[in-house]
Design a protein around this ligand. Structure first.
Ligand code: PLP
Length: 226
């Protein structure tokens, strides 16, 4: 496995100003992140708070850190001062906690709402009903230290490309609908985070603006670490 060669295959995405490549570095050591950084990558994704904090402390400060994994409310405080974008907001209570911690550190924290689009039961995310109930809650407009920049979703883990495409298309439709119908101060539908190593090509065809790519850049993770 050669990180440099792997990254070369993403040159088109890196040169496309409408799409952000997020290198998912979870489970990989800081040295490998630094190697990818030296190849020009600036956006990295992590799914565990402690691991993200450790890497933030060790690595160059111009890296944009993306929280892509399920986030517990009591851990928001550890990343509030530096996190670039939280992709995995899946409840109002979490959003309120992010707002509270954003206020403490004097930042507006950028967030995506994670929507459950896959067939699997195991994946996190808001149902369509929960998504609109959150957006329609008047309290949302009181939250001055969060900004909702878009949506995130994970497709079913399947070889069925048509099913994956349908799920991404469904998320894109929600994204377009919200962009038209929710002209609130702290909402702007700019980012649609969808696509991983196995399905980012389909995601891009369906309108993704952020792909979260781990194994296609860093190689396989130990299964037990995922
Ligand atoms: C691990 C992870 C990825 C990257 O997965 P790969 O298949 O290694 O590209 C993307 N998104 C989320 C939310 C993840 O947890």
């Amino acid at each position: 496995m050669n990180i440099q060669e792997n990254i070369q295959r993403f040159k088109n995405i890196l040169n496309n100003e409408n799409v952000t490549l997020i290198a998912v570095s979870k489970t990989h050591p800081a040295e490998l992140v630094l190697e990818a950084y030296s190849e020009g990558l600036k956006n990295f994704g992590e799914n565990k708070v402690q691991e993200m904090v450790d890497k933030f402390e060790q690595l160059p400060k111009d890296i944009n850190w993306h929280m892509i994994g399920h986030l517990q409310r009591n851990k928001v405080k550890y990343i509030a001062s530096f996190v670039h974008l939280i992709h995995s907001v899946d409840s109002e209570r979490l959003l309120q906690e992010i707002d509270k911690q954003g206020q403490k550190v004097g930042r507006v924290i950028n967030c995506l709402l994670q929507v459950h689009i896959a067939r699997e039961e195991t994946k996190f995310g808001l149902s369509e009903e929960e998504l609109f109930s959150l957006l329609n809650n008047p309290e949302l407009q009181q939250l001055k230290h969060v900004h909702i920049n878009g949506l995130m979703g994970m497709a079913t883990n399947t070889a069925d490309g048509e099913l994956i495409r349908q799920e991404f298309r469904y998320l894109k439709n929600l994204f377009d609908q919200i962009r038209l119908d929710y002209p609130l101060d702290n909402i702007s539908m700019n980012e649609l985070s969808m696509g991983m190593s196995s399905d980012y090509t389909i995601a891009l065809e369906e309108g993704s603006t952020m792909v979260r790519v781990g194994s296609a850049i860093f190689g396989n993770r130990n299964y037990s670490d995922q």
